[in-house]
Design a protein around this ligand. Structure first.
Ligand SMILES: *Cc1c(COP(=O)(O)O)cnc(C)c1O
Length: 275
């Protein structure tokens, strides 16, 4: 961990270094990685005078197989983030014996897969259309469930990224007030994928300032306490700018074999991507 901190300094990003996270293979590895991430969270909080209790770590287990997820469970993980709903649903079915293990879907969802999310997820962080909200609400009513949701905002201006443009979030939130099964918790974003820390930071600042403005006029029942922003490569910056949830995969599980272009197709053509 010290090596990581030294390489990065207080404001750098680690996007180019993801390949360096070794794969966690034992419960001990997971305990050590989780402790290292928590130490980085605490250090970031300390720099800006925040209480670390105000930052929730969401481990992201996409591409990780069942055996390794069970090791991370043994090390204490109880809510896991997954980018693809079918992958998440399969894992939920396979690990039904772990009764207190819950799932957060953090990736783009097609309307025709709302049914799956409504069945098993506890949280959905990528809400970005009314059609999807309607489909989720209808399915949740059928299941007799409610779902914590985050509205995804495109803060990078990249055309190929999912999420609402910042200017469309206010009317979207007003419309969401009509869906009682969707418990709106806050906003989520993916920052620009860049090694330039200040450009990444601007995405996080944009999300926080948008939230602060919207909170003053939010309809009853719409909560905007949460800001989900920051991943393995940039979560310290996100915390400095107010993140209440950080979504961290590779720093806990190890570098992924699959390139991220599999999850964010735009990154395959993004010249800034270090991969
Ligand atoms: C994969 C993913 C993350 C975590 O990325 P890491 O580099 O593994 O920390 C965060 N958010 C979303 C939406 C993801 O798909």
């Amino acid at each position: 961990m010290n090596q990581t901190m030294d390489a990065m300094g207080a404001t750098g990003t680690l996007h180019a270094q993801h390949g360096r996270y070794p794969r966690a293979e034992t419960v001990e590895d997971f305990r050590r990685n989780l402790a290292a991430v928590h130490a980085r969270i605490e250090a970031a909080c300390q720099r800006v005078g925040r209480d670390p209790a105000g930052v929730r770590l969401l481990p992201v287990s996409k591409t990780v197989d069942e055996a390794h997820i069970r090791l991370s469970y043994a090390a204490g993980c109880r809510l896991l983030g997954e980018n693809k709903v079918q992958e998440a649903h399969g894992k939920w079915q396979a690990m039904g014996d772990l009764e207190d293990l819950r799932w957060s879907v953090i990736g783009h969802l097609q309307t025709n897969k709302a049914k799956l999310v409504a069945r098993f997820a506890s949280e959905f962080q990528a809400l970005d259309s009314l059609r999807l909200a309607e489909a989720l609400e209808r399915r949740l009513q059928i299941e007799g469930r409610a779902l914590d949701v985050f509205v995804q905002v495109n803060t990078s201006g990249e055309a190929s990224k999912f999420g609402l443009p910042p200017g469309e979030v206010a009317p979207f939130l007003r419309a969401l007030a009509a869906f009682p099964a969707l418990r709106v918790r806050g906003l989520m974003t993916l920052a620009l994928f860049s090694s330039e820390a200040e450009r990444v930071r601007r995405c996080f600042i944009l999300l926080r300032e948008l939230r602060d403005r919207l909170r003053q006029e939010a309809p009853a029942g719409i909560g905007l306490d949460e800001l989900s922003m920051g991943m393995s490569g940039d979560f310290e910056i996100a915390i400095e700018e107010g993140a209440s949830v950080v979504r961290v995969g590779q720093a806990i599980y190890g570098a992924r074999a699959l390139p991220d272009s599999h999850y964010w197709p735009d990154r395959a053509i993004n010249p800034e991507s270090p991969r």
